[in-house]
Design a binder for this molecule. Structure first.
Ligand code: GAR
Length: 205
């Protein structure tokens, strides 16, 4: 496979970024060529630096508005030659202009079985709803909040008693496996959004 270049955007701890660095970066033609954040102190940036991956920070307050910030971030991502933008705990909404520039080339991981529990604190939402099973979804990003077509999903049982820390740990463990697998499938060219129905994603064996 020829080089497949990934830029990861992350706002927080970056454990999903770490899983991507540990299992994908520099293997099978996949390269993480940049890690961007809205938060100057994000632990994810330290993880990137430790892996000698270029970093960039785009704090909202440095720009006139969100569209200007996203335009600067998109310019940087293009300058890195990215084939795919991977959101890994990036907790900002992306503007329509950004999504338009990377149509069908932005993926996100969400800690619930979408379309259930979109938006913030999906784990808390699942616990409050009292469901017995929640999970993880990897999806393409469109202009809505967690509305883009899913390409991978896995269930996670809610522990009896509904302990939040236990559920978070179980969800993270699944994320760290599922996200690299899904990204690898995209890099291998096995994932196609149906031209007639963009809600439908086909995976080739
Ligand atoms: C992950 O659990 C991810 O699913 C979630 O943020 C966490 C980031 O953890 N993303 C969302 O809720 C997006 N709506 P990490 O920084 O340790 O990878």
């Amino acid at each position: 496979m020829s080089d497949f270049r990934i830029v990861v955007l992350a706002s927080g701890g970056g454990t999903n970024l770490q899983a991507i660095l540990d299992t994908l970066h520099g293997r099978g033609g996949i390269e993480v060529v940049g890690v961007g954040s809205d938060k100057p102190g994000a632990r994810a940036l330290e993880r990137a630096a430790a892996a000698a991956v270029e970093t960039a920070v785009f704090p909202r307050t440095d720009y006139a508005d969100r569209a200007a910030r996203d335009a600067a971030m998109a310019d940087w991502i293009e300058s890195r030659g990215a084939d795919l933008v991977v959101l890994a705990g990036y907790m900002q909404l992306l503007s329509d202009g950004f999504i338009g520039r990377f149509r069908n080339r932005v993926v996100n991981i969400h800690p619930a079985l979408l379309p259930s529990f979109p938006g913030l604190d999906a784990i808390g939402q699942a616990l409050a709803a009292g469901v017995h099973v929640t999970g993880v979804t990897v999806h393409f990003v469109d202009e809505g909040v967690d509305t883009g077509p899913p390409l991978a999903r896995r269930q996670v049982p809610v522990p009896a008693g509904g302990d939040r820390e236990e559920l978070e740990a179980a969800i993270h463990a699944v994320e760290h496996e599922l996200y690299p697998q899904a990204i690898r499938m995209i890099a291998e060219g096995r994932v196609r959004i149906d031209a007639d129905d963009p809600r439908v994603v086909a995976i080739d064996d």
